[in-house]
Design a protein around this ligand. Sequence first.
Ligand code: DOR
Length: 427
Amino acid sequence: MKILIKEGHIIDPSEKLNKVGNILIEDGKVKSYPSDTKKLEKGPTIEVIDAQGMVVAPGFIDMHVHLREPGFEHKETIRTGCEAAAAGGFTSVVCMPNTNPVNDNASVTEYILLKARTEGIVNVFPIGAITKGEKGEILAEIGEMWEAGCVGISDDGCPVMNSRVMRHAMEYVKAFGIPVISHAEDIDLSGHGVMNEGFTSTVLGLRGIPNASEEVMVARDITLVELTAAHLHIAHVSTAGAVRLIRDAKKRGVRVTGEATPHHFTLTDRAILNYDTNAKVNPPIRSQKDVDAIREGLKDGTIDVIATDHAPHSEDEKKVEFDLAPFGISGLETALPLSLNLVKEGILTLPELIRKLTFNPAQIVRINRGTLRVGATADVVIFNPDKSITVDRNKFRSKGKNTPFHGWQLSGCVRYTIVGGKVVFSS
Ligand code: DOR
Protein backbone atom coordinates (compact mmCIF):
# COMPACT_ATOMS: atom_id res chain seq x y z
CA MET A 1 0.00 0.00 0.00
CA LYS A 2 1.28 3.43 -0.94
CA ILE A 3 0.22 6.83 0.29
CA LEU A 4 1.05 10.03 -1.52
CA ILE A 5 0.77 13.17 0.60
CA LYS A 6 0.48 16.03 -1.84
CA GLU A 7 1.49 19.65 -1.56
CA GLY A 8 1.60 19.88 2.20
CA HIS A 9 3.73 22.26 4.24
CA ILE A 10 6.32 19.73 5.39
CA ILE A 11 8.02 20.61 8.66
CA ASP A 12 10.57 18.15 9.98
CA PRO A 13 13.00 19.72 12.45
CA SER A 14 15.16 16.56 12.48
CA GLU A 15 15.97 17.17 8.80
CA LYS A 16 15.64 20.97 8.96
CA LEU A 17 12.83 20.67 6.42
CA ASN A 18 10.36 23.53 6.11
CA LYS A 19 8.89 23.63 2.61
CA VAL A 20 5.85 22.80 0.53
CA GLY A 21 6.22 19.40 -1.09
CA ASN A 22 5.08 15.81 -1.56
CA ILE A 23 5.86 12.69 0.42
CA LEU A 24 5.55 9.15 -0.83
CA ILE A 25 5.01 6.41 1.73
CA GLU A 26 5.57 2.81 0.72
CA ASP A 27 5.71 -0.41 2.77
CA GLY A 28 5.35 1.53 5.99
CA LYS A 29 8.36 3.75 5.33
CA VAL A 30 9.04 7.22 4.00
CA LYS A 31 10.07 6.32 0.45
CA SER A 32 10.80 9.65 -1.27
CA TYR A 33 9.94 13.30 -1.75
CA PRO A 34 8.79 13.22 -5.40
CA SER A 35 8.57 16.53 -7.22
CA ASP A 36 6.46 15.22 -10.07
CA THR A 37 3.48 13.20 -8.83
CA LYS A 38 1.40 12.80 -12.02
CA LYS A 39 2.57 9.27 -12.86
CA LEU A 40 2.39 8.10 -9.27
CA GLU A 41 -1.19 9.28 -8.86
CA LYS A 42 -2.31 7.03 -11.68
CA GLY A 43 -1.00 3.91 -9.93
CA PRO A 44 -3.70 1.41 -8.87
CA THR A 45 -2.88 0.97 -5.19
CA ILE A 46 -2.14 4.47 -4.07
CA GLU A 47 -4.08 6.62 -1.64
CA VAL A 48 -3.65 10.29 -2.41
CA ILE A 49 -4.02 12.79 0.42
CA ASP A 50 -4.41 16.40 -0.64
CA ALA A 51 -2.51 18.29 2.06
CA GLN A 52 -2.76 21.77 0.60
CA GLY A 53 -2.97 24.33 3.38
CA MET A 54 -1.99 21.71 5.97
CA VAL A 55 1.13 21.03 7.94
CA VAL A 56 2.75 17.62 7.45
CA ALA A 57 5.09 16.65 10.29
CA PRO A 58 6.54 13.61 12.00
CA GLY A 59 3.84 12.04 14.20
CA PHE A 60 3.85 13.59 17.65
CA ILE A 61 5.45 11.73 20.54
CA ASP A 62 3.95 12.16 23.99
CA MET A 63 6.56 11.10 26.50
CA HIS A 64 4.20 11.37 29.49
CA VAL A 65 0.94 9.43 29.34
CA HIS A 66 -1.03 7.31 31.78
CA LEU A 67 -2.70 4.46 29.91
CA ARG A 68 -4.02 2.96 33.17
CA GLU A 69 -3.92 -0.65 31.98
CA PRO A 70 -3.41 -3.02 33.73
CA GLY A 71 -5.59 -2.35 36.73
CA PHE A 72 -7.53 0.84 36.13
CA GLU A 73 -9.42 -0.01 32.96
CA HIS A 74 -12.44 2.00 34.13
CA LYS A 75 -10.30 5.15 33.63
CA GLU A 76 -8.61 4.17 30.34
CA THR A 77 -7.37 1.13 28.45
CA ILE A 78 -4.44 0.74 26.12
CA ARG A 79 -6.96 0.68 23.28
CA THR A 80 -8.85 3.86 24.25
CA GLY A 81 -5.67 5.68 25.24
CA CYS A 82 -4.15 4.88 21.84
CA GLU A 83 -7.32 6.02 20.07
CA ALA A 84 -7.17 9.32 21.97
CA ALA A 85 -3.50 9.66 21.05
CA ALA A 86 -4.22 9.11 17.35
CA ALA A 87 -7.02 11.70 17.48
CA GLY A 88 -4.55 14.14 19.01
CA GLY A 89 -1.94 13.56 16.29
CA PHE A 90 0.32 11.39 18.44
CA THR A 91 1.85 8.34 16.79
CA SER A 92 3.85 7.28 19.86
CA VAL A 93 3.08 7.42 23.55
CA VAL A 94 5.37 6.71 26.46
CA CYS A 95 3.34 5.26 29.32
CA MET A 96 3.95 5.69 33.02
CA PRO A 97 4.24 2.75 35.39
CA ASN A 98 1.63 3.67 38.06
CA THR A 99 -0.70 0.89 37.00
CA ASN A 100 -1.93 -2.00 39.13
CA PRO A 101 0.27 -3.98 39.31
CA VAL A 102 2.93 -1.32 38.97
CA ASN A 103 5.20 -1.79 35.95
CA ASP A 104 8.19 -2.71 38.09
CA ASN A 105 9.18 -6.00 36.42
CA ALA A 106 9.52 -7.52 32.96
CA SER A 107 6.21 -9.44 33.06
CA VAL A 108 4.19 -6.24 33.39
CA THR A 109 6.26 -4.56 30.67
CA GLU A 110 5.68 -7.55 28.38
CA TYR A 111 1.96 -7.50 29.13
CA ILE A 112 1.70 -3.81 28.19
CA LEU A 113 3.66 -4.34 24.99
CA LEU A 114 1.62 -7.39 24.01
CA LYS A 115 -1.65 -5.52 24.57
CA ALA A 116 -0.27 -2.55 22.66
CA ARG A 117 0.66 -4.77 19.71
CA THR A 118 -2.75 -6.40 19.56
CA GLU A 119 -5.02 -3.50 20.52
CA GLY A 120 -3.03 -0.30 20.33
CA ILE A 121 -3.15 1.73 17.13
CA VAL A 122 -0.12 3.87 17.95
CA ASN A 123 3.34 2.91 19.20
CA VAL A 124 3.53 2.35 22.94
CA PHE A 125 6.83 2.65 24.82
CA PRO A 126 6.64 1.80 28.52
CA ILE A 127 8.48 3.46 31.38
CA GLY A 128 9.49 1.13 34.20
CA ALA A 129 9.25 2.04 37.86
CA ILE A 130 12.36 3.17 39.73
CA THR A 131 11.37 1.27 42.85
CA LYS A 132 9.31 -1.81 43.60
CA GLY A 133 5.65 -0.87 43.83
CA GLU A 134 6.69 2.80 43.43
CA LYS A 135 7.23 2.70 47.19
CA GLY A 136 10.57 4.50 47.04
CA GLU A 137 12.42 1.83 48.99
CA ILE A 138 13.93 -0.99 46.90
CA LEU A 139 15.09 -0.65 43.29
CA ALA A 140 12.80 -2.33 40.76
CA GLU A 141 14.01 -4.93 38.22
CA ILE A 142 15.43 -2.16 36.02
CA GLY A 143 17.72 -4.28 33.84
CA GLU A 144 14.99 -6.80 33.07
CA MET A 145 12.50 -4.06 32.25
CA TRP A 146 15.02 -2.43 29.93
CA GLU A 147 15.56 -5.75 28.18
CA ALA A 148 11.80 -6.16 27.87
CA GLY A 149 11.49 -2.73 26.20
CA CYS A 150 11.26 0.03 28.82
CA VAL A 151 12.69 3.33 27.56
CA GLY A 152 13.15 5.10 30.89
CA ILE A 153 12.47 4.76 34.60
CA SER A 154 10.22 6.85 36.82
CA ASP A 155 8.07 6.57 39.93
CA ASP A 156 5.74 9.14 38.34
CA GLY A 157 2.77 9.91 40.53
CA CYS A 158 5.03 9.40 43.55
CA PRO A 159 8.41 10.98 44.17
CA VAL A 160 11.45 8.98 45.28
CA MET A 161 11.92 10.68 48.64
CA ASN A 162 15.01 8.72 49.69
CA SER A 163 18.05 10.43 48.09
CA ARG A 164 20.23 7.34 48.49
CA VAL A 165 17.74 5.24 46.55
CA MET A 166 17.60 7.90 43.82
CA ARG A 167 21.38 8.02 43.66
CA HIS A 168 21.57 4.25 43.24
CA ALA A 169 18.86 4.32 40.56
CA MET A 170 20.85 6.92 38.61
CA GLU A 171 24.09 4.97 38.94
CA TYR A 172 22.46 1.71 37.88
CA VAL A 173 20.43 3.02 34.97
CA LYS A 174 23.48 4.53 33.32
CA ALA A 175 24.44 1.04 32.17
CA PHE A 176 21.34 0.96 29.99
CA GLY A 177 21.58 4.50 28.61
CA ILE A 178 18.00 5.42 29.48
CA PRO A 179 16.83 8.49 31.44
CA VAL A 180 15.60 8.79 35.00
CA ILE A 181 12.35 10.76 34.83
CA SER A 182 11.74 12.64 38.03
CA HIS A 183 8.32 13.45 39.43
CA ALA A 184 9.91 16.18 41.51
CA GLU A 185 7.88 16.63 44.67
CA ASP A 186 8.69 16.70 48.35
CA ILE A 187 5.65 14.96 49.76
CA ASP A 188 6.23 16.29 53.24
CA LEU A 189 6.15 19.86 51.93
CA SER A 190 3.08 19.09 49.81
CA GLY A 191 1.37 17.66 52.89
CA HIS A 192 -2.29 17.23 52.14
CA GLY A 193 -2.28 20.09 49.66
CA VAL A 194 -4.76 19.96 46.82
CA MET A 195 -3.86 23.05 44.78
CA ASN A 196 -1.20 25.73 44.36
CA GLU A 197 -0.35 27.53 47.62
CA GLY A 198 -1.10 31.21 47.17
CA PHE A 199 -3.76 33.88 47.16
CA THR A 200 -6.36 31.68 45.39
CA SER A 201 -5.96 28.76 47.80
CA THR A 202 -6.42 31.18 50.71
CA VAL A 203 -9.56 32.64 49.14
CA LEU A 204 -10.97 29.17 48.48
CA GLY A 205 -9.97 27.76 51.85
CA LEU A 206 -8.13 24.87 50.20
CA ARG A 207 -4.79 23.47 51.37
CA GLY A 208 -1.90 24.60 49.20
CA ILE A 209 1.16 22.93 47.69
CA PRO A 210 4.08 25.42 47.72
CA ASN A 211 6.40 25.92 44.73
CA ALA A 212 9.22 24.84 47.04
CA SER A 213 7.76 21.34 47.08
CA GLU A 214 8.86 20.95 43.45
CA GLU A 215 11.97 23.09 43.59
CA VAL A 216 13.76 21.34 46.47
CA MET A 217 13.45 18.05 44.59
CA VAL A 218 14.55 19.50 41.25
CA ALA A 219 17.59 20.91 43.08
CA ARG A 220 18.24 17.56 44.77
CA ASP A 221 17.95 15.57 41.55
CA ILE A 222 20.22 17.98 39.69
CA THR A 223 22.76 17.60 42.51
CA LEU A 224 22.49 13.82 42.28
CA VAL A 225 22.85 13.75 38.52
CA GLU A 226 25.97 15.90 38.82
CA LEU A 227 27.29 13.22 41.16
CA THR A 228 26.31 10.25 39.01
CA ALA A 229 26.49 11.62 35.43
CA ALA A 230 23.25 9.87 34.50
CA HIS A 231 20.55 11.52 32.36
CA LEU A 232 17.86 13.27 34.37
CA HIS A 233 14.56 14.35 32.85
CA ILE A 234 12.27 16.55 34.94
CA ALA A 235 8.60 15.75 34.32
CA HIS A 236 5.80 18.33 34.25
CA VAL A 237 7.75 21.45 35.27
CA SER A 238 5.32 23.82 36.99
CA THR A 239 7.28 26.56 38.77
CA ALA A 240 9.48 29.52 37.87
CA GLY A 241 12.12 28.27 40.33
CA ALA A 242 12.24 24.84 38.65
CA VAL A 243 12.75 26.47 35.24
CA ARG A 244 15.59 28.55 36.72
CA LEU A 245 17.26 25.52 38.30
CA ILE A 246 17.16 23.55 35.03
CA ARG A 247 18.43 26.54 33.05
CA ASP A 248 21.37 27.05 35.43
CA ALA A 249 22.19 23.33 35.43
CA LYS A 250 22.17 23.20 31.62
CA LYS A 251 24.54 26.17 31.56
CA ARG A 252 26.94 24.14 33.72
CA GLY A 253 26.69 21.27 31.23
CA VAL A 254 24.60 18.99 33.45
CA ARG A 255 22.69 16.27 31.57
CA VAL A 256 19.21 17.42 32.44
CA THR A 257 16.16 17.88 30.22
CA GLY A 258 12.66 19.05 31.05
CA GLU A 259 9.08 18.93 29.88
CA ALA A 260 6.05 21.17 30.32
CA THR A 261 2.38 20.35 29.86
CA PRO A 262 -0.17 22.42 27.94
CA HIS A 263 -2.19 22.96 31.14
CA HIS A 264 0.83 24.35 32.98
CA PHE A 265 1.66 26.86 30.24
CA THR A 266 -1.99 27.81 29.62
CA LEU A 267 -3.85 28.07 32.93
CA THR A 268 -3.33 29.77 36.26
CA ASP A 269 -4.73 28.58 39.57
CA ARG A 270 -7.67 30.92 39.01
CA ALA A 271 -9.07 28.04 36.91
CA ILE A 272 -9.99 26.54 40.28
CA LEU A 273 -12.03 29.52 41.50
CA ASN A 274 -15.21 27.54 40.78
CA TYR A 275 -13.78 24.43 42.49
CA ASP A 276 -13.48 22.69 39.11
CA THR A 277 -12.00 19.29 39.94
CA ASN A 278 -11.10 18.91 36.26
CA ALA A 279 -8.37 21.47 36.88
CA LYS A 280 -7.04 19.55 39.89
CA VAL A 281 -3.69 18.17 38.86
CA ASN A 282 -0.32 17.35 40.36
CA PRO A 283 1.85 19.36 40.20
CA PRO A 284 -0.85 21.99 40.52
CA ILE A 285 -1.59 24.76 38.08
CA ARG A 286 0.33 27.72 39.45
CA SER A 287 0.49 31.53 39.24
CA GLN A 288 0.86 33.82 36.23
CA LYS A 289 4.51 34.34 37.17
CA ASP A 290 5.10 30.60 36.87
CA VAL A 291 3.20 30.36 33.57
CA ASP A 292 5.33 33.19 32.18
CA ALA A 293 8.53 31.47 33.33
CA ILE A 294 7.53 28.17 31.72
CA ARG A 295 6.82 30.00 28.46
CA GLU A 296 10.20 31.70 28.69
CA GLY A 297 11.77 28.28 29.37
CA LEU A 298 10.10 26.85 26.28
CA LYS A 299 11.33 29.79 24.24
CA ASP A 300 14.96 29.73 25.32
CA GLY A 301 15.25 25.92 25.13
CA THR A 302 15.42 25.24 28.88
CA ILE A 303 12.29 23.12 28.44
CA ASP A 304 12.91 20.61 25.69
CA VAL A 305 9.58 18.86 25.41
CA ILE A 306 5.84 19.40 25.48
CA ALA A 307 4.17 16.36 27.04
CA THR A 308 0.59 16.03 28.19
CA ASP A 309 0.73 14.03 31.45
CA HIS A 310 -2.53 12.58 30.10
CA ALA A 311 -4.16 11.40 33.34
CA PRO A 312 -7.66 10.13 32.65
CA HIS A 313 -10.08 9.55 35.53
CA SER A 314 -13.71 8.46 35.52
CA GLU A 315 -16.49 10.97 35.87
CA ASP A 316 -17.59 9.50 39.23
CA GLU A 317 -14.10 9.91 40.65
CA LYS A 318 -13.93 13.60 39.66
CA LYS A 319 -17.51 14.49 40.65
CA VAL A 320 -16.75 14.80 44.35
CA GLU A 321 -15.58 17.51 46.76
CA PHE A 322 -12.37 19.19 45.58
CA ASP A 323 -10.38 17.69 48.46
CA LEU A 324 -11.37 14.16 47.54
CA ALA A 325 -11.00 14.21 43.75
CA PRO A 326 -7.95 12.51 42.21
CA PHE A 327 -5.28 14.63 40.52
CA GLY A 328 -5.16 14.56 36.72
CA ILE A 329 -6.18 16.07 33.39
CA SER A 330 -7.06 14.20 30.20
CA GLY A 331 -4.64 15.84 27.80
CA LEU A 332 -4.06 13.95 24.55
CA GLU A 333 -6.92 15.47 22.60
CA THR A 334 -6.31 19.14 23.39
CA ALA A 335 -2.51 19.26 23.25
CA LEU A 336 -2.10 20.44 19.66
CA PRO A 337 -4.50 23.41 19.68
CA LEU A 338 -3.29 24.55 23.12
CA SER A 339 0.34 24.30 21.97
CA LEU A 340 -0.40 26.19 18.76
CA ASN A 341 -1.28 29.17 20.96
CA LEU A 342 2.46 29.42 21.69
CA VAL A 343 3.04 30.00 17.98
CA LYS A 344 0.19 32.50 17.71
CA GLU A 345 1.62 34.43 20.64
CA GLY A 346 5.12 34.48 19.13
CA ILE A 347 6.70 32.34 21.86
CA LEU A 348 7.74 29.53 19.51
CA THR A 349 7.95 29.20 15.75
CA LEU A 350 6.02 26.30 14.26
CA PRO A 351 9.21 24.28 13.61
CA GLU A 352 10.33 24.91 17.22
CA LEU A 353 6.97 23.70 18.52
CA ILE A 354 7.05 20.60 16.32
CA ARG A 355 10.57 19.82 17.50
CA LYS A 356 9.34 19.77 21.12
CA LEU A 357 6.58 17.36 20.10
CA THR A 358 8.71 15.04 17.94
CA PHE A 359 12.48 15.01 17.69
CA ASN A 360 13.31 16.13 21.23
CA PRO A 361 11.21 13.52 23.05
CA ALA A 362 12.51 10.84 20.63
CA GLN A 363 16.07 11.80 21.53
CA ILE A 364 15.40 11.77 25.27
CA VAL A 365 13.85 8.31 25.38
CA ARG A 366 16.10 7.21 22.52
CA ILE A 367 13.49 5.87 20.15
CA ASN A 368 13.92 5.65 16.44
CA ARG A 369 11.03 8.00 15.70
CA GLY A 370 10.29 11.69 15.28
CA THR A 371 11.70 12.08 11.79
CA LEU A 372 10.52 11.97 8.18
CA ARG A 373 13.89 11.23 6.66
CA VAL A 374 13.86 8.81 3.72
CA GLY A 375 13.79 5.24 5.04
CA ALA A 376 12.25 6.17 8.42
CA THR A 377 9.08 4.50 9.71
CA ALA A 378 6.19 6.47 8.25
CA ASP A 379 4.69 7.96 11.41
CA VAL A 380 3.11 11.18 10.20
CA VAL A 381 0.63 13.79 11.35
CA ILE A 382 -1.24 16.10 8.99
CA PHE A 383 -3.02 19.02 10.61
CA ASN A 384 -4.72 22.25 9.78
CA PRO A 385 -3.23 24.84 12.15
CA ASP A 386 -5.85 27.49 11.40
CA LYS A 387 -9.12 25.58 11.60
CA SER A 388 -11.09 26.69 14.63
CA ILE A 389 -12.49 24.06 16.92
CA THR A 390 -14.54 23.98 20.09
CA VAL A 391 -13.27 21.50 22.66
CA ASP A 392 -16.02 18.99 23.39
CA ARG A 393 -15.09 16.47 26.04
CA ASN A 394 -18.06 14.32 25.07
CA LYS A 395 -16.35 13.69 21.74
CA PHE A 396 -13.07 12.57 23.33
CA ARG A 397 -11.92 9.07 22.36
CA SER A 398 -10.34 8.87 25.79
CA LYS A 399 -12.47 7.47 28.58
CA GLY A 400 -11.18 10.41 30.62
CA LYS A 401 -13.46 13.38 30.04
CA ASN A 402 -11.66 15.31 32.78
CA THR A 403 -10.60 18.47 30.99
CA PRO A 404 -10.76 22.07 32.19
CA PHE A 405 -10.84 23.15 28.52
CA HIS A 406 -14.37 21.95 27.69
CA GLY A 407 -16.08 24.58 25.51
CA TRP A 408 -12.85 26.47 24.71
CA GLN A 409 -12.53 27.91 21.21
CA LEU A 410 -9.09 27.09 19.82
CA SER A 411 -7.34 26.69 16.47
CA GLY A 412 -5.75 23.52 15.18
CA CYS A 413 -7.31 20.33 13.94
CA VAL A 414 -5.69 16.97 13.24
CA ARG A 415 -6.74 15.70 9.79
CA TYR A 416 -4.72 12.49 9.48
CA THR A 417 -2.60 10.39 11.79
CA ILE A 418 -0.49 7.78 10.04
CA VAL A 419 1.37 5.06 11.96
CA GLY A 420 3.81 2.81 10.14
CA GLY A 421 2.30 3.83 6.80
CA LYS A 422 -1.33 3.15 7.86
CA VAL A 423 -3.97 5.82 8.41
CA VAL A 424 -5.19 5.25 11.98
CA PHE A 425 -7.21 8.47 12.32
CA SER A 426 -8.80 10.92 9.92
CA SER A 427 -11.29 13.71 10.35
O1 DOR B 1 -2.12 14.87 38.17
C1 DOR B 1 -1.49 13.82 38.13
N1 DOR B 1 -2.08 12.65 37.85
N2 DOR B 1 -0.18 13.84 38.41
C2 DOR B 1 0.55 12.73 38.55
O2 DOR B 1 1.72 12.83 38.79
C3 DOR B 1 -0.10 11.41 38.41
C4 DOR B 1 -1.31 11.48 37.59
C5 DOR B 1 -2.18 10.25 37.69
O3 DOR B 1 -1.64 9.15 37.60
O4 DOR B 1 -3.41 10.40 37.79
